[in-house]
Design a protein around this ligand. Structure first.
Ligand SMILES: NC(=O)C1=CN([C@@H]2O[C@H](COP(=O)(O)OP(=O)(O)OC[C@H]3O[C@@H](n4cnc5c(N)ncnc54)[C@H](O)[C@@H]3O)[C@@H](O)[C@H]2O)C=CC1
Ligand SMILES: N[C@@H](CC=O)C(=O)O
Ligand code: NA
Length: 432
């Protein structure tokens, strides 16, 4: 009789419930593939009484999930609570210190504490796995940690947040209102408990920092990610981008620039000819460029119960098969901190959109600020009246230093003509 891998589940929301459903439905096949069964031995969540639409009576309930760490009947703890610190981090530390392997869907925790937890796991040759944390069901952690591990990765980028992609593409296709689509994304289980993490780009930044560490062998550096989200994007921006032959996508972008680490999350104008322009809904896509593999693109469902559960249970199968040890693509002790590259030194075209008071001279004021900062305008796409009687002005710059674009906007920061901060998006090119 083979010994099962005995797991304890912390968190029974979208992801936790999905894991139970998957193990119940595919358990027999998984046992064959893993060489032994995966057995749920204990569960815990905040609210025991909540109806989760499934029978939880076969599983031992723990009011305090930290009991898992000391439970001799548990081999591996699975964390599906969320939050970079607090109970999730305590559980991770306690479990690893108690010799349990650990699986998590928590990108915030890995982005902030991944190096500490990886060292803790590696010192004891325990597994710490987080496939669900990046791009949901897409096996991108496995792809980079194992499949592409012979390559020097030149850059890694992609669509890393299902909620934002769902919002942008629904607005694009149906002209829907931002807040209504966000509500749909929440109802569908895509959004984080605090959806500002999604729409302000923080969730994508968590994932990007993890991908960069895996790809470049540098310590995870979440604080080094420049972050902008999609909160200020309006339907007119999507329309203007379309008129230019682009689609707006929130991208995470990481690369090594002259030996320094560049990491950015920002809405980009993606050319319609680029595969990322055709990634719709909550789908995620990650592109990694290896020096021998060439361009690899991983695509699939980035959020939701089924895809995320699929990633968690794949990690459990690996653990049942005996995979442990290196958490990223090289031992954590060898992953040095990287210097950060300055985005101001980068060159490219930018889309800039202003909302201004409808009065004479405003356009001249904007173009003068850009001229003074040596940013030349390739096209002034359109000016149109908003419902509030203001005017929306959008333009695309010629190739410019990003520092100069920022300087031009700083020159306008005290202008009484501007209503709100301008929106800046980069046009994606091969040089990004
Ligand atoms: N929903 C999705 O599509 C994806 C979610 N994730 C990650 O998975 C994790 C869980 O996400 P969801 O299942 O969507 O969240 P959820 O909000 O649906 O479920 C969270 C669960 O954790 C429990 N919980 C929260 N705080 C707790 C505490 N202090 N003590 C005990 N239990 C607590 C709640 O009772 C609930 O059962 C998060 O880290 C999230 O970022 C990762 C990939 C995709
Ligand atoms: N909130 C996240 C869920 C998966 O990580 C997203 O929308 O992508
Ligand atoms: Na994944």
């Amino acid at each position: 009789m083979t010994t099962p891998l005995r797991i304890a589940l912390a968190g029974l929301g979208t992801v936790g419930s999905g894991v139970i459903r998957l193990i119940n439905e595919n358990g027999a096949m998984i046992a064959q593939r893993a060489g032994r069964p995966i057995e749920i031995s204990a569960i815990s969540a905040r609210d025991r009484a909540r109806d989760r639409g499934m029978d939880l009576s076969p599983y031992k309930w723990a009011d305090d999930m930290n009991d898992f760490a000391a439970d001799p009947g548990v081999d591996c703890v699975v964390e599906m609570i969320g939050g970079s610190d607090g109970p999730a981090l305590d559980l991770a530390r306690n479990s690893l210190k108690s010799g349990k392997s650990f699986v998590t869907a928590n990108k915030a925790m890995i982005a902030h504490h991944g190096m500490e937890l990886a060292s803790l796991a590696e010192k004891q040759n325990l597994a710490l796995k987080y496939e669900a944390a990046v791009a949901g069901g897409i096996p991108v952690i496995k792809g980079l940690r194992e499949g592409a591990s012979a390559n020097r990765i030149e850059r890694v980028y992609g669509i890393l947040n299902g909620t934002c992609n769902y919002i942008l593409t629904t607005m694009e296709k149906h002209g829907s209102d931002f807040d209504a689509v966000l509500k749909d994304a929440q109802d569908l289980g895509y959004a984080e408990a605090d959806p500002s993490f999604d729409i302000d780009g923080v969730d994508a930044a968590h994932k990007l920092a993890i991908l960069a560490a895996l790809s470049f062998g540098k310590a995870v550096d979440f604080d080094g990610v420049e972050i902008a989200g999609i909160r200020d994007i309006v339907a007119a921006d999507i329309g203007q981008a379309k008129a230019l032959g682009y689609r707006i996508r929130l991208l995470g972008m990481a690369r090594i620039d002259d030996g320094k680490l560049f990491q950015r999350v920002n809405p980009y104008l993606v050319p319609e000819s680029h595969p990322l322009a055709h990634i719709d809904g909550s789908t995620n896509a990650v592109v990694a460029e290896g020096n021998f593999s060439g361009r690899l693109m991983f695509q699939g469902a980035g959020a939701g119960d089924g895809p995320t559960a699929s990633a968690i249970v794949a990690d459990l199968i690996d653990i049942a098969r005996g995979d442990s040890g290196t958490v990223f693509a090289m031992p954590a002790s060898k992953m040095a901190a990287s210097e950060r590259a300055e985005s101001g030194n980068r060159t490219g075209k930018s889309y800039i959109r202003f909302i201004v008071a409808d009065k004479p001279g405003v356009l001249a004021e904007i173009t003068a600020a850009m001229r003074d900062a040596e940013v030349s305008i390739e096209s002034l796409i359109q000016t149109e009246k908003t419902n509030e009687g203001s005017v929306l002005i959008s333009m695309v710059t010629h190739q410019s230093l990003e520092r100069d674009v920022i300087q031009s906007l700083e020159k306008l920061s005290d202008s009484s003509s501007l209503q709100g901060a301008p929106v800046v998006m980069h046009l994606l090119s091969d040089e990004d």
